[in-house]
Structures are given as C-alpha cells and as structure tokens.
Design a protein around this ligand. Sequence first.
Ligand SMILES: Nc1ncnc2c1ncn2[C@@H]1O[C@H](COP(=O)(O)OP(=O)(O)O)[C@@H](O)[C@H]1O
Ligand SMILES: [Mg+2]
Length: 277
Amino acid sequence: MNTHPRSAPGTAPHMSPAAVPTQVYGAAGATASADAVAPALAATGLVKSYGATHALAGVDLIVPQGDSVAIMGPSGSGKSTLLHVLAGMILPDSGTVTLGVGASAGAEVTSLSAGERTRLRRESFGFVFQQGLLLPELTAEENVAVAAMLKGASRAQATARAREWLSSLGLAEHAGKRIGQLSGGQAQRVAIARAQITEPAVIFADEPTGALDSRTSAEVLHILLDTTVGRGRTLIMVTHDEKVAATCRRTVRLADGRIVADSATVPAGPAHTGGAR
Ligand SMILES: Nc1ncnc2c1ncn2[C@@H]1O[C@H](COP(=O)(O)OP(=O)(O)O)[C@@H](O)[C@H]1O
Ligand SMILES: [Mg+2]
C-alpha cells in the first residue's frame, strides 16, 4: 500500500523550497546530507493560544524523513499541543504544517478541512499515546484490525494483518483478549501494532511509556523504535524522561510554547567557527 519511493515528496506541489528553511540540521550528529532527505513534516510560525495561555508561541520545526525526534519540556510547555498541531488533530491560530511524505505528500495540513485531516491521519499517521486510544470492549486483534479497516482493508485482510502484527510483537496468544485483560506493556504493544498496521509515514507518540515500569518501558520503546525509524519511518515522540529522549536521534526542548533548545542545531556564538552553515 504505502510503497511510495523516498523521492515521492519531490513531486509535492506545495513543497516549494522557498517555503522551507534550508537548515535542517547543523553539523552535530548529522549522518546524511540534509538536502538529500525530504522533510516528513515542516512547520512554520505555529501559534496556538487558549485564552491568555500561549500554548505555542511561534514554533518552526522541520523533521526529516526517517528521523526520530524527542519533544521535551516542563509540564504545560506546549509539547502535546505541538504534537496535536503537527498531526492535524487541532488547528493552530496561525502558522502552517506541510506534509512531505506518504499518500498526501505536499498537503498543507493546516489548510485542510476537518474531514480531509481525518483521512490524512488515517492514511499517513500512526499514534501511540500513553493510554486511551484502544477500545476496551474490543479484543486486541479487533483493535488493531479496525485501524486497517478504516484505511480501506477488508475485514479478512485486516484481521490477517492484525494477527501478523500481534505475533511479531510477541502477542499471538493474547490476540483474542480484551484490552482490560492485558498488562500495561502488552496494551502498549497492541497500541503500537494498531499504529503500524497502516504503514504510516509518521508516527506520533505522546508519553508512550509514561505509565509503564522501567523494564517494560525499555521493551516497549525498543519495539516502537524498531517498527518506526528501524523501517525508515519518522517518529515524533513527546516525553519528559531524558532516558527515553536519548533513544531519539534529536531532542527539541520547549518552554512556554517556544523551542529553546534543539540538538540538531549548532548553537550560535563565537566558539563555533566550523559549523555546517
Ligand atoms: N484544550 C485546552 N484548553 C485550554 N488550555 C489548554 C488546552 N490544551 C492545552 N492548554 C494549555 O496550554 C498549555 C500547554 O499545554 P500542553 O501542550 O498540554 O503542555 P504539555 O504537553 O507540555 O504539558 C498549558 O498551559 C495548558 O494548560
Ligand atoms: Mg502533554
């Protein structure tokens, strides 16, 4: 299904180079030429306020395809709001988000109707949140299959693929159990299978291991990374845990709705004379 070649974003009509800041990475930690990797998502000037609260106060962020980005920051700094805006779940007051990969490559997410954004999320995005995305009255297998059916697979196809995914995540014998009968770690593996069955271009995770003990957390995180960046997909993960963040290639730190640090950029200053810019 999602067998788009990596060069597909080049055909994106709205992805004009002028709209996208050219510095994707600084020198530190960059493994590939920034020019060679199409951005999965490009956000510019994101502002989102709730009354007097500026949840996002001007965020620019480019996430290259296949990258893993941890979004960190204190409680209330705007992490979840940023994730929801990037994923087209809520609209910013101003600013744009442009998608560079997947079936809707080139779409300006922030200009789409609610219905179009719903379709885009089903086709191009996967979600792993701390809790709440799985339907408790359905079995593990049904929860996973539903995501594929929403994207157009037949029940038989969806069920077969759900079984494959659950088996590959070590849950074969739990496929017929309801979510409430599973441990927290098992439920998160179901959530990962649910997010991955549609082969999304970008996976958004919000504190995916926040409710797990440290050993289970490490297991789930390993599976999450393996099934996303391990397969060339893009992972954007909110976490308050430095150890979890350290598993991502890049860390972006928010405070009061702004990016205050980004491990992918070289700090400006006289000490840096040999940077990539
Ligand atoms: N739906 C909402 N209504 C009102 N205020 C909100 C809403 N969502 C977020 N906020 C506020 O915006 C700020 C950022 O929230 P959030 O993005 O959830 O932060 P984080 O995920 O970093 O804890 C907080 O002050 C929060 O209270
Ligand atoms: Mg949050």
